[in-house]
Each structure stands twice: as structure tokens, then as C-alpha cells.
Design a protein around this ligand. Structure first.
Ligand code: B1N
Length: 818
């Protein structure tokens, strides 16, 4: 028998209501300690106390979760399923204390155990199941879906090892594995009953009596075991889940006879092979990675999730014609695109739905979000790899492609070049499956993640598709969770905002921050705003709290141009040395971010930053004015510490390269002022906060493309600009260490991202920064106005946009406790 239905919540049996007093919470905490950790107050380790607390907090959400599940079951709503290979959920304890409203109770109860909440929060490890912006966006969107009462499940992979831990060894990046759940993870509910079976390899066979249907005889069988984490909404009863799949060998994968014969490694090799699928997150960001195991991960995620989605659909529905009414599946980039042919396979081969009907259902069910413009990030897979790993899917893709190209041919008769450009199969030296094309063809809606990005998608990478289906293409500008990135990260600022606005309703209605505008001119409010920033800088401890805290925190990538910031730092160093008595503004330049382990050029830049930083620190003339700090192992937790302390936000990518950026939003919301190009969401930030409150520089995307087309020669800039020349020469000469040569060669040789072309304009913008900084009233006003006019960048707004224009879903209200 399957699981019982949820019609009656806990089958009509009420749960014991959890207490609302400190004493009751303390009782719950003791219960957790005794009955779930199996220890006592006297012998509890800090880890025991942390686990017991986490379980008690989790219980308070589990209750809401049960009511959510019952309400969803009762209303049989339209569901959003978010498919993402990455989630950067951040630390859970503090968030769940906030979302369950138990922070105060917990603090008191923990004190009675002789511990402090802060001490236990330090034991809370973030699951680093993502690389950067794309993974964090997934986390912000599931937060906002719950907050907006949207019935939703996020599906992902439970990697044993998340994004690597970064440390510096002699100033260079070193990587260690991130064994994040080594000590257990109290936030996770395993659900072995919902295990799924996934097939790989093998061959297909015809099915008697059908031209279309096939039988897939697999060569490998792997199990997917789910567990879920709770995703509470803020200021509402809804608690959704993120369901993460972990690969397991099947029972048959353990070879007892070999084991008995002493062949221990051989006995488990099949199981090991299976489990490797969810072993580790690929640490690339914005680059395609053509690796068989990665495609296996993607299919593993999609196959498990689709079967789970179908299982859930069938709890309340019978007719496949209702599937697309009840289901929307959002693909977070192309990583889960294999779900499109997988749904076709399930419908056609397993459920015997006719091809045309299945295709109509599939196209209506999926929507695709593209997160990049970089050609090297557009995923393609060799046909021969597909053929071997997923033979049936390749056949289905061929059929989809044939029918699609027929559609194109009808619209544009005789345009063979167009057919070649649009085909899902790319014909080069090696035939490859183009996942972005498949994602556009198999979905109802395609969106970019900021206005400029969506426009460039329509006009460049996907222009043929936009010509064919103009209505399919949309923009949904990214957003960030104000709970995590203001309330939790910056409690001082949150309190001040709440005081200024009169209540804390802004936390789920972020446009209300506009009310700060009238306080921007209030001298005492401004004074307190400044004091908050200063106190946050003291907490961070990166440098002198009275210095200008200039932060560049993001993945290391040449397109993001950390090297441009570095050229600025070297130029400041030269200027101060040349004029030690000058009226210099003290600055702390803070970098943080990881480079993909195989990305040599990016790792060189990290090393050079640290070398420059060391040179400056050792220079008694310059050190009082300039400090370079590299914070190791950037992750969500570290972002929450740095963002509140930032004065200046560096968003200096070459225009047309950063799809959106979301760090830019977090920093603006916390009162940092942006120095940036007209790229990604910077454009929308500037439009809202006002051009006088934003330091703009550089080529725009159109100009950048023109420069590239005309034939870019970085040396011309070098020859023309003495300060630029001095900076590059110093780097090249090895003044700061050996890697300088390589970095300089790349800048002078090709400089793919036009660093030198934007150098002078960037320095001019930095002069403007210093002029503003010298006038603290002006600066503070700019800072307040940045926060006041960034309300648009709440992920609640992003989710509302998706809900209205792409998902067409309505909220379901979860009743309060009876
Ligand atoms: O997605 C973020 C955007 O704000 C950023 O601008 C964008 O760079 C980022 C392959 C990616 N695009 N593509 C990736 C991540 C992992 C991987 O394996 C590509 N990440 C982005 C949110 O929209």
C-alpha cells in the first residue's frame, strides 16, 4: 500500500501544540536532547546542543508543513516545479529561527543549557550546493514562492561534496573538498519510500504494433533517494520543500560472491559507480563542461524529479490532458533540459500517450530561464555520448528536431541556412546536441534575467527563434530575498529601517523602502545610517572602519574584470608613492570569490591580487591609505557579513557579458553605492536609484561589440595612457611576483574583455567616488537613496512576475492553527 493521503492533515488527529513560552521551548529542547540525540544536559557537546536546538526549531516548521501539505492536497492546485542543478540555500538555523518566530524563545532556552545562540549558530554549516548567482537565485526564488503562498517544489541534487572550500596558500587559491554533511544535517528529512529508479546506457527495441514507441533496455540501473529541506515562507503559514536526490546503487549492485571471494573492491564497484553520480558539484560557473558524469547528473535529476512530479499529479488527477494545467516546470538554465525528452519518453513509451498529444502537453508544461550570453556557457553534448548514455532520448530528440525543422521550413521555405542555424543538432567537426535550442523548442516561455540580457538574447544568440516565436520571449529581472540579505545579514539596518518606516511590513513589501526617501534629508536619521554602516565595518574587521570599504565579491572570471579593479589598485599605489603627502582617502579594497579550479587565468588574478596586497601592506608610505584584503572561501555566509559593511559596490563587467548579477542588488539594498558599467541589472539599478546616485563608466554593450568588430588593439590604450602603462609594466616586470608576466601578456596580447579600453573611464569614475566620499552628507544621502529605490529587486517581485506572466499560478492560503 502506498502512503496515506493528506486529506485530513494528520488523519484527523491533532498534533500536540508546541509551546509558546521559554519554559515550553526549553522542555522541547530537552526532549530533543534526550530522545533524539540520546544524550543528557551534563554530557551534551556543543554539537549535541546545536542539533537539539535545530531539531526543536525544525519541529515548529514541520507543523506548518503538515498544514501546507493538507491545504495543497485539498485544493489540487496548479503547481510550480523548479528544476535546478544548484541551490545555495545558505545557513539554515538563523533563517528558520526568524521564519518560525522562535528566535527569542530559543535564545533563552539555550542560555539555560549554558550555551549561547551565537555559539550554536557558528556550528550551522551552509550546504554549498551551487557555484554562484544561479544557485543563489534558485534559493531566493523558493524562499519567495513560499512567502507568496505558491504551491511549489524545488528539485535538485544532494551532492555529497558541495562547492570546494577555498584557502590561500602563499597567496594562491588552494581547494579542499567540502564535506558539508559530514557531521549530519539536522535540516533534512530523508524519504526513502519515494525512491526512484533511473536507467542509463543500453539500447532500444521496437514495440510490436507501434511505429513510435520503443522499449529501452538499460545497461545500468541506479536508485535516486530523496530527502527534503523545509522552505518556510515569511509572514505566512506556507512551508514548501526543496527535494534533493542522492544516487545509490541498487541491491543488485553489491556482488556478494565476489565479496566472499575476497574481491572487496570489485564487489562494490558497481555501487560506487552509481553513487559517484551525486558525489560532487561541478565547480564551473558560466562555462560549459563536456563531461559524461555531468550529463549523468543532469539526467539523474530530471528522471527522478519527473517521476516524482507524475506521482504527485496522479494523487489527485487521472487525465493526462490535465497535466499541463496542473503543472509548470521551470528549467533553471539548460542544465535540466533533458527533462523535455524524458517527459516525452515517459508519456509515449511508458504511458502510451500518442506522440502529438504528448508533445502538446510537454511544450505547455515547461518554461526555460537562460542565465548567460557567453557562447562558451551554452551547453552542447556530443551526439555519440548521448547515443551511448541515453539512446532513447537521442531518438526522441531527432524526432522533435525533424518536426521542428518542418515547422521552420513552412514559415521560411527554402531557407536552408536558417534550418542549419536553428537545428537542435549542430553539424560541425563533431555533431552535437544544442541544449539551448532544445530548451527553446520544448517550452512555452523563455526568459532572460535582466532587461538588457533578455534583449540581447532576442537580438543575438536566439534571434532566429525570436523571429519564429516572438511572443515566447520574455524578461524577468532577478531579485534577492530581503529576509536573508537585509533582515538576517544586517540587523542594525533592519531595525533602523523599521523605525524609520514605522513597522516591519517592508520585509515582504519591499517597495515600501521608498518611504526612506523623505528621511534621506533628515540629519539625525542620516547620522544613524552612517553609524550602522560603521558598526558593520567594525564587526567585519577587514580594515579601518573609517576607510572607504570598496568591495568586489563574486566568482573570479575574466569577463567580470577583477583585473580592472587590480589595475586601479596598482595605480593608486603608484600615485601615493609618488606623492606621499597627498590628501589621500583611506580605502580598504576587499575581494572575495572562487575561481574554477581549472581556470588558470582566473587563478592567476587571485594570486596577483594577493601579491599586490602584500607589497602594499609592507610599504610604510602606502599602507596607511590603502589596504587590499582577500577574504577566503566566499559563500552565502560570508556574503552576509561583507554586504552590510560595504560602501562601494564594484560591478564592472564588460557590458553585454553579465546576464544580470544579484550581488549588485544585495549591495545596493544595504546602502552601498555602485560603480559599474551598463551591464545586466546594473542598468535597472541605476534607472531606479537615479544616475546621480550611481558611478557609471565604460563602453556600453553596443559600443563594446563595435570595438570588437573593428578589431581591438589593447596596446593602443597602453601606449596612450601613462598611468595604465606604468601599472601594466609594474605587473609585467614581476614587481608583485611571477604571475604578473602572464596576466600582463594576456592584457596586452588580446584582452578579451576590453579591460584596457575601459581603464581611463573607470579611473575617472573613481575620482567621482572620492569627490562624493569627501562630503559625508552627500555620500550618506546617496547611500540611503540606493536602499530606498531598490525595492524592485526583491525576489518576491521576481516571483510575482513569473507567477503572473509565465506560470499563471494562483496562491493557496494555508490556514492557521485551529
Ligand atoms: O546567473 C545569475 C546571474 O545573475 C549572473 O549574471 C549569471 O552569470 C549567472 C554554468 C552558470 N549564468 N550561468 C551560470 C552556473 C553554473 C554552470 O555550471 C553556468 N551562472 C550564471 C542568476 O541569474
Amino acid at each position: 500500500m502506498g502512503r496515506m493521503d493528506l486529506r485530513q492533515g494528520s488523519h484527523g488527529i491533532g498534533l500536540r501544540r508546541l509551546g509558546t513560552t521559554a519554559e515550553e521551548f526549553q522542555q522541547d529542547l530537552l526532549s530533543s536532547l534526550y530522545y533524539r540525540r540520546g544524550t543528557t544536559v551534563e554530557s551534551a557537546s556543543p554539537r549535541d546542543a546545536y542539533e537539539a536546538l535545530s531539531l526543536s526549531v525544525r519541529d515548529r516548521l514541520a507543523d506548518r508543513r503538515a498544514r501546507t501539505a493538507a491545504a495543497h492536497y485539498a485544493s489540487n492546485p496548479r503547481w510550480v516545479y523548479y528544476l535546478s542543478a544548484e541551490y545555495l540555500l545558505g545557513a539554515q538555523l538563523e533563517q528558520n529561527l526568524l521564519y518560525s518566530g522562535t528566535g527569542e524563545l530559543a535564545a533563552q532556552a539555550v542560555k539555560a543549557l549554558g550555551r549561547s545562540l551565537e555559539e550554536l549558530e557558528d556550528l550551522d554549516i551552509e550546504p554549498g550546493l551551487g557555484n554562484g548567482g544561479l544557485g543563489r537565485l534558485a534559493a531566493c526564488l523558493v524562499d519567495s514562492m513560499a512567502t507568496r503562498d505558491i504551491p511549489a517544489v524545488g528539485y535538485g541534487i544532494r551532492y555529497d561534496f558541495g562547492i570546494f572550500r577555498q584557502s590561500l596558500e602563499n597567496g594562491a587559491q588552494a581547494e579542499r573538498p567540502d564535506d558539508w554533511a559530514f557531521q549530519g544535517n539536522p535540516w533534512e528529512f530523508p524519504a526513502p519510500d519515494d525512491r526512484q529508479t533511473v536507467h542509463f546506457y543500453g539500447h532500444t527495441e521496437p514495440v510490436a504494433g507501434s511505429e513510435i514507441r520503443k522499449r529501452w533496455v538499460p545497461g545500468e540501473i541506479v536508485l535516486g533517494e530523496p530527502s527534503h529541506m523545509l522552505v518556510p515562507g515569511f509572514g505566512t503559514e506556507t512551508v514548501n520543500i526543496v527535494r534533493l536526490w542522492r544516487a545509490r546503487g541498487s541491491e543488485a549492485s553489491f556482488d556478494l560472491s565476489r565479496f566472499s571471494a575476497g574481491q572487496y573492491a570489485e564487489a562494490v564497484q558497481e555501487a560506487v559507480r552509481a553513487e559517484n553520480i551525486s558525489k560532487v558539484l561541478y565547480p564551473d560557473d558560466s562555462t560549459e563542461l563536456g563531461r559524461e558524469l555531468r550529463l549523468k547528473q543532469q539526467y539523474f535529476l530530471c528522471s527522478c524529479s519527473l517521476r516524482d512530479i507524475i506521482r504527485r499529479f496522479r494523487l489527485r488527477n487521472e487525465n493526462w490532458d490535465d497535466f499541463a494545467e496542473k503543472t509548470v516546470i521551470q528549467l533553471n538554465d539548460t542544465h535540466p533540459t533533458i527533462a523535455i525528452p524524458e517527459l516525452m519518453r515517459l508519456l509515449v513509451d511508458e504511458y502510451e500517450v500518442e506522440w502529438d498529444r504528448a508533445w502538446a502537453i510537454t511544450r505547455k508544461t515547461f518554461a526555460y530561464t537562460c542565465h548567460t550570453l557567453l557562447p562558451e556557457a551554452l551547453e552542447t553534448w556530443p551526439v555519440h555520448l548521448f547515443e551511448r548514455l541515453l539512446p532513447r532520448h537521442l531518438e526522441i530528440i531527432y524526432l522533435i528536431n525533424m518536426l521542428f525543422l518542418r515547422e521552420v521550413e513552412q514559415q521560411f521555405p527554402g531557407d536552408t541556412d536558417r534550418l542549419r542555424r536553428m537545428s537542435i543538432i549542430g553539424e560541425g567537426d563533431e555533431r552535437r546536441v544544442r541544449m539551448a535550442h532544445l530548451a527553446v523548442v520544448g517550452t512555452e516561455a523563455v526568459n532572460g534575467v535582466a532587461e538588457l540580457h533578455s534583449k540581447l538574447l532576442r537580438e543575438t544568440v536566439l534571434q532566429d527563434f525570436a523571429a519564429l516565436w516572438p511572443a515566447k520571449f520574455q524578461n524577468v529581472t532577478n531579485g534577492v530575498s530581503p529576509r536573508r540579505f537585509i533582515k538576517l545579514a544586517n540587523p542594525r539596518l533592519s531595525d533602523l529601517i523599521t523605525e524609520g518606516l514605522g513597522d516591519d511590513g517592508w520585509l515582504n513589501d519591499l517597495e515600501r523602502l521608498a518611504g526612506l526617501e523623505e528621511l534621506a534629508g533628515d540629519a539625525s536619521f542620516a547620522e544613524r545610517w552612517r553609524a550602522v554602516k560603521r558598526a558593520n565595518k567594525v564587526d567585519l574587521g577587514a580594515g579601518d572602519p573609517d576607510s572607504l570599504t570598496d568591495v568586489m565579491i563574486k566568482r573570479f572570471h575574466e569577463y567580470k574584470r577583477q583585473q580592472l579593479k587590480l589595475l586601479h589598485v596598482v595605480t593608486m599605489y603608484h600615485r601615493i608613492r609618488a606623492n606621499p603627502g597627498g590628501d589621500w582617502i583611506p580605502r580598504t579594497v576587499l575581494f572575495a570569490g572562487k575561481a574554477a579550479p581549472a581556470y588558470h587565468a582566473a587563478k592567476n588574478i587571485i594570486q596577483l591580487i594577493n601579491a599586490v596586497g602584500a607589497t602594499i601592506a609592507a610599504d610604510p608610505v602606502v599602507a596607511p591609505y590603502l589596504k587590499v584584503v582577500f577574504a577566503e572561501n566566499y559563500n552565502v555566509t560570508l556574503a552576509e557579513q561583507i554586504v552590510p559593511a560595504a560602501d562601494l559596490s564594484e560591478q564592472i563587467s564588460l557590458a553585454g557579458k553579465e546576464a544580470s548579477g544579484t550581488g549588485n542588488m544585495k549591495l545596493a539594498l544595504n546602502g552601498a553605492i555602485t560603480v559599474g558599467t551598463l551591464d545586466g541589472a546594473n542598468i535597472e539599478i541605476r534607472a531606479r536609484v537615479g544616475e546621480e546616485n550611481f558611478f557609471l563608466f565604460g563602453l556600453d554593450a553596443f559600443q563594446a561589440a563595435e570595438v570588437q568588430i573593428a578589431g581591438y588593439r589593447p596596446r593602443e590604450h597602453y601606449d596612450r595612457d601613462a598611468e595604465l602603462k606604468a601599472a601594466v609594466d609594474a605587473i609585467a616586470a614581476g614587481t608583485f611576483g611571477g604571475v604578473g608576466r602572464e596576466v600582463a601578456d594576456s592584457l596586452l596580447g588580446w584582452d578579451e574583455y576590453l579591460t584596457l579600453a575601459d581603464f581611463r573611464s573607470y579611473l575617472d569614475a573613481q575620482e567621482e567616488v572620492e569627490r562624493a566620499w569627501r562630503d559625508p552628507e552627500r555620500w550618506t544621502r546617496m547611500s540611503i537613496l540606493n536602499a530606498a529605490h531598490s525595492g524592485f529587486f526583491s525576489s518576491d517581485r521576481t516571483v510575482a512576475d513569473y507567477a503572473a506572466r509565465i506560470w499563471r499560478v494562483a496562491p493557496v492560503t494555508v490556514p492557521r492553527e485551529p
